[in-house]
Design a protein around this ligand. Structure first.
Ligand code: SF4
Length: 326
């Protein structure tokens, strides 16, 4: 999986590093001073690095937790925060904003979880309640077989009932955490996409059926689960393929018990899109004539409304409106 593993000298004896290294006995180990020396240089090719993945194990020194948008509805579960435990992702979706955000696609794992936990406890003392998204700038559950951060955060949430965590994924790795007992303050959220999009655009991700299997198993086991139809892409035949997707979801009666379902059209930071266009000529999604609204580019209003009305009408046939957010 990883040809090379770069390790910051400062963390070479950290238990997480020792555990990760035991899983990749054939990788070439390179000792480094600071992960930024490998990760940040601008003369790197994000897509060719995806073909030969490298791992970086580092220590995060500050900014363990970021404040999220105050407009995010946490359903009375406190203010919204997010963190970056890992930078970059095993998958390679054509529309992924990480290509515009980072110079490198090497995966950086920050090993000092203990500092993230301390910072979270500090905020909880000040705020009393908080909602924390822990699968940001990565797909955390997809990496669980190498680095069991999802399990560790669920254990942490068990001891901190005023903390709600959301773990968003496209993975089929629920079996890696299915031994854990469901707790009320954890939301497992699956991004579901039509088969056509998975195959052509969401490269290296599990098929829709495999994601659905993980979602159904987690829901049946009693977890709070969320379905995310996000991003919805305005592709040829979009109406049929997304109607078809919803029909594949609702054949599973257990999914009537999901906590909620969210959807949203594709949107991306305009600077990131500009950078991605300079690197890629191989994806139609990137070259759609998007409209700029502030710093974000997305479909023009009339397309957004057509998509929104159609998806909402379809979902309302099966889910109560209290469970649908967009
Ligand atoms: S799953 Fe998310 S983070 Fe990973 S490549 Fe796709 S869009 Fe990017």
């Amino acid at each position: 999986m990883f040809s090379h593993i770069y390790i910051e000298e400062e963390v070479q004896d950290h238990p997480v590093v020792i555990d990760v290294l035991s899983k990749f006995p054939k990788a070439i180990i390179v000792s480094i001073n600071n992960y930024k020396n490998v990760f940040n240089p601008s003369n790197q090719n994000f897509q060719s690095q995806k073909l030969k993945k490298k791992l970086i194990l580092a220590k995060k020194k500050d900014n363990y937790i970021y404040k999220g948008s105050p407009l995010t509805d946490t359903f009375h579960r406190g203010k919204f925060y997010y963190n970056t435990l890992i930078m970059n992702c095993l998958y390679n979706c054509d529309y992924c904003y990480l290509q515009g955000m980072y110079n490198s696609s090497h995966i950086v794992i920050f090993v000092n979880l203990e500092d993230y936990f301390l910072e979270t406890e500090k905020i909880l003392k000040e705020e009393n309640k908080m909602t924390l998204c822990i699968s940001y700038d990565t797909d955390l559950l997809a990496l669980e077989r190498f680095i069991p951060y999802t399990s560790k955060w669920i254990e942490f949430a068990k001891d901190n009932p005023n903390l709600t965590i959301e773990i968003r994924t496209k993975s089929n790795s629920y079996n890696k955490i299915s031994h854990l007992k469901p707790i009320d303050n954890v939301i497992l959220a699956w991004t579901l996409s039509p088969d056509e999009i998975v195959k052509d655009i969401e490269k290296d991700t599990p098929t829709l059926n495999r994601r659905l299997k993980s979602l159904c198993d987690a829901t049946l086991n009693g977890w709070n689960t969320r379905i995310c139809l996000d991003p919805i892409l305005y592709v040829k035949n979009w109406k049929n393929i997304y109607t078809n997707l919803i029909s594949k979801i609702i054949v599973h009666p257990e999914l009537m018990n999901i906590t909620d379902i969210t959807f949203g059209v594709f949107r991306i930071n305009s600077e990131y899109l500009k950078k991605i266009k300079k690197m890629r000529v191989d994806s139609k999604i990137i070259y759609h004539p998007y409209k700029k609204y502030g710093s974000v580019e997305t479909y023009k209003k009339e397309i957004q409304i057509r998509i929104q009305d159609h998806i909402l009408n379809e979902l309302l046939k099966f889910f109560p409106k209290e469970k649908i957010f967009y």
